[in-house]
Design a protein. Structure first.
Length: 142
């Protein structure tokens, strides 16, 4: 677990979400940190291409509703936060309907307003490394 992931607690029930705010205009969301590399905390390969990706790329995973049954695969979004903006490509889903299994690295389900981003996105936004993990953002189609 390279990025201090929260693991599921046995016997605890977690909320699941079947819908998310649409990514349009300036949608409020939360940026979280994720690894897209093999063996790291992202779990399995990316949904869009069944491959792992370097954390040096500007890439993200969107909550289940925002991912919209893979229709957002390889589309770019603009992320605004920390007084900066960055364009990143959607390569994966941050599961809001299931979790606590090997495919999700035994992490709880994602919230319905998550943009799970690579290290490169956090760096591009200029967020101090000791603040990585959770920040309020807005996002829109690029």
């Amino acid at each position: 677990m390279g990025d201090e992931s929260d693991c599921c607690v046995e016997g605890k029930m977690y909320p699941v979400y079947w819908c998310s705010p649409l990514v349009s205009g300036y949608t409020s969301a939360h940026l979280t940190l994720n690894s897209f590399e093999k063996g790291k905390d992202g779990g399995g390969p990316s949904e869009c291409d069944n491959k792992y990706h370097s954390d040096d790329l500007l890439i993200v995973a969107l909550s289940t509703g925002g991912f919209d049954n893979m229709s957002r695969c390889r589309h770019n979004i603009t992320i605004n936060g920390n007084g900066r903006s960055v364009v990143a490509m959607v390569v994966n889903e941050c599961q809001s309907t299931m979790g606590c299994d090997a495919d999700n690295d035994y992490q709880p389900p994602c919230g319905n307003d998550i943009v799970d981003a690579s290290r490169a996105v956090w760096e591009a936004l200029g967020v101090a490394k000791d603040n990585w993990g959770w920040v309020n953002i807005t996002c829109s189609d690029a």
